[in-house]
Each structure stands twice: as C-alpha cells, then as structure tokens.
Design a protein around this ligand. Structure first.
Ligand code: CA
Length: 411
C-alpha cells in the first residue's frame, strides 16, 4: 500500500503509521489536529469538513468538529469505533489518487508547522511495570531489603502524578529545587537537585470516558487505549530518595514530564503485539487475567548525541490492558485525555537500562559520552532524546514520535 504523496515505502512515518498531533502554522495560528505522513502534516479537520460537505464522510461521527479543536480530547471522546473509522478514512484519502486534488492543499511540510501538546492531560498515573527496573531501584534505594517489593508480582504498582506539568517534546526542563538528605547527613539541605535523571517510558493515551463506579476489564481495555507516546519521567533522585517514604514520589517527579508530540494509534502497532514475558508464578488474580499483550518496541536513549541505552519494551512484565484494569478496578472512572506511563523500561543487560540511576548505578559508574565528558547525572545544558520503532505491516518500521528536552539552570 502506498500513498499518492511522495513518501518512500520504507519511511518510518509511512502510510501504516499515521500518528496524530496538534499543530499550527505561522499563517494560521489556530491549533488543530494534524496527521503525520512522511515529513508532512495533514490538516485532518479541514479535509474532513470538505468531505462532510461533499457527502464523502457519510453519517458517521463528526470528525471535522472533533479535529478542528486545540487537542485530541474531543476525538478521544468518540471511542474505539470512531477511531477505527477515522483511520480507515485517512488511509483511503491518502492512498486513492481520486482524493488528491481535494487533500493536497491541506498538507504542510513538517518544517513549517509548530507542534503543541497533543492532549489536554486529564489524569496522569505512572506505573512501574519493568521487573528489572524495579529490582535495580530496590537494590539501590533499599539495599538491606528484597530487591522486589512483596506486592510487585501481584499488582501493577503505580502512583498519581501531576497532569498540569506534562509538557510537549522540545520544552526546556528547569532544574528543580528541593530538600535532600543523604543517609550520612545530619540534617536536610535545600537547593537545586544534584541528581537529575531521566526515565525512558511509554505513555498510554486513554479515551472513551467511563462513569464513576465502573471498571474496565482486561479484555475491554482496547476500547479505551487510543494510542501511545514516548514519555520521559524526569526525576530528581536526591529529592525523591528523601521524600518518598511512605507515600511515594512527589516533588522529585512533579516538576516536568515530557511526551512526544505524536500519538501513535494502537491500531498502527498491530504487528508489534507480542506475548508477555511470563506471569506464571504467581498467577495474577482473575481480574488481571485476559487478553493481555505486550509490544515489541525498540527504544534509544540519546544524551547529547551519544546513544547511552537501548531499552526493549517487549520485556515489560505488566501489559497496558492489565494496568488500565487495575487502575479502574476500584470503580475509579477514566476521562478523555487520561495518560498513564509504563514505568521505566529497563532490561537485564546494562546497556538496556532506561535511567541514569541504573546506567551509572547511582552515579558510582559514570558514563563517558562521545565528546569525552562523563556523566553520573544530568548537567545544565544537557539534551536527552528518546526514540523508538516497532515492526509494522509489509516489513515496514513504525516510528514513534521522539521526545526531547534540554536541562536549564534552576531559577
Ligand atoms: Ca517513572
């Protein structure tokens, strides 16, 4: 399958990908939903409005109204049948030459658009679904205890984060200030974090809002899992280590969370579905059983141009469907625009760890970058970029939108 647009068959943002974002142009600063194809952006709402007027879109959901808004939330509210219909329609208008004359005026070069935060983030939750990450953090933070907490294989552990500080890729990250106290210190001190870190994660974007008191089963999770973003859960390890007992992360993580500008539909990752690595012992409780799947995603973490890690998402213990089922099993509702993170993606090999905490073993084994400098944690001016790809149909690669951010000095 090919597009009439000039997009190479092996382009990682080809016709099988079609991620959604929110963009504006200098000529039209109104924010609206765009769909990326190759290195171009389709003004999806403008074309849907023409199509509806010409009777081409039919009596389905009003995609033009959903897309001519400043976030994906209205589209997320339409639910799974509309998401699938929209993707089918986009594929048709971008592949059938008959639509070319009507569509082409609404396609912009990627370099001419400004990308914005794609969703108005409703609630934000971060999980902890990598066994290797949880085990490494346990060994570093709690060396006298078992590496994994006793509940870890029974439920997907998570905490509620701060939705208002989720920012789009490219936004600078200001070094946080706060309290820290090393175990050997007599008293806490206050100042800019000296152990600023990253966490390479996948974020899941949720739609199809539910009512208070209802739950989403593992098997029904796909009706609410719209798509994925790459997510960097910036973490101040010194602030975190002092504050986290007993209620978990707070100011050590709430200062900023970066997500990619492009939301990749779950429908684009059909060929990337894999079985979970294993949940035989202990078996999860029945509400966590069902059609749970993993994803074969290959990440790269790049610090100032040097690839410092290659995490593999396929090794994650808990599936997104299980995380969403657990998140709602108590009757908590979901909202359109909810976002939940997978937790840091780390594998068993050192070069697949998704945080500097693990890569440098809490700063004791610094990394050497290609410019000859070394890092335990992040310095002001450092830029971190996370990329990922997955196998797609017809042997193509599906790239996720990159997430990048640069550290600026504390204010
Ligand atoms: Ca995290």
């Amino acid at each position: 399958m090919t597009s009439w647009l000039d997009v190479p068959a092996d382009h990682p943002f080809g016709i099988h990908n079609l991620p959604y974002g929110v963009f504006s142009t200098s000529r039209d600063p109104e924010r609206r939903v765009g769909v990326r194809i190759g290195d171009q952006v389709l003004d999806a709402g403008a074309v849907a409005a023409i199509g509806r007027g010409a009777g081409l879109v039919g009596d389905g959901p009003d995609l033009a109204a959903a897309w001519q808004t400043s976030s994906l939330n209205a589209f997320l509210a339409l639910g799974r049948p509309a998401w699938t219909a929209a993707r089918d329609w986009l594929t048709e208008i971008l592949t059938d030459e008959v639509h070319r004359a009507g569509v082409e005026p609404h396609v912009y070069p990627l370099g001419e658009v400004t990308l914005h935060l794609p969703i108005e983030v409703a609630d934000y939750v971060d999980f902890y679904a990598s066994e290797d990450h949880a085990s490494n953090v346990g060994q570093i933070f709690r060396p006298d205890n078992a590496a994994l907490p006793p509940n870890w294989k029974h439920l997907p552990i998570g905490y509620h984060g701060r939705s208002g500080t989720v920012v789009v890729s490219g936004t600078d990250v200001i070094r946080p200030r706060g309290q820290r106290k090393a175990p050997s210190d007599a008293a806490p001190v206050f100042g800019p974090s000296i152990r600023l870190d990253i966490e390479a994660e996948l974020g899941y974007v949720v739609g199809g809002a539910t009512e208070l008191g209802s739950s989403i089963s593992v098997d029904a999770a796909e009706d609410h899992l719209f798509g994925v973003v790459l997510l960097n859960d910036w973490s101040a390890r010194d602030i975190q280590a002092w504050e986290y007992v007993p209620l978990g992360p707070f100011l050590g993580k709430s200062f900023a969370t970066s997500i990619s500008a492009w939301v990749t539909p779950l429908d684009a990752l059909r060929d990337a579905r894999v079985a979970l690595p294993g949940q035989s012992e202990p078996r999860p409780l029945p509400y966590l059983a069902g059609d749970a799947f993993g994803l074969d995603l290959h990440l790269e973490v790049i610090l100032n141009g040097t690839v410092v890690s290659r995490p593999e998402y396929a090794g994650m213990y808990w599936s997104p469907a299980q995380m969403l089922a657990h998140l709602t099993v108590n009757g908590a509702s979901v909202r359109n625009g909810d976002l939940f993170g997978s937790g840091t993606i780390s594998g068993p090999e050192k070069e697949t760890r998704g945080s500097l905490l693990e890569l440098t073993w809490n700063g004791t084994e610094p990394l050497t970058l290609e410019d000859g400098t070394s890092r335990g944690f992040l310095e002001d001016g450092d830029t971190v970029t996370i990329t990922a790809w997955a196998p797609g149909p017809e042997d193509c690669r599906i790239a996720l939108g990159a997430v990048t951010g640069t550290i600026r000095p504390a204010r």
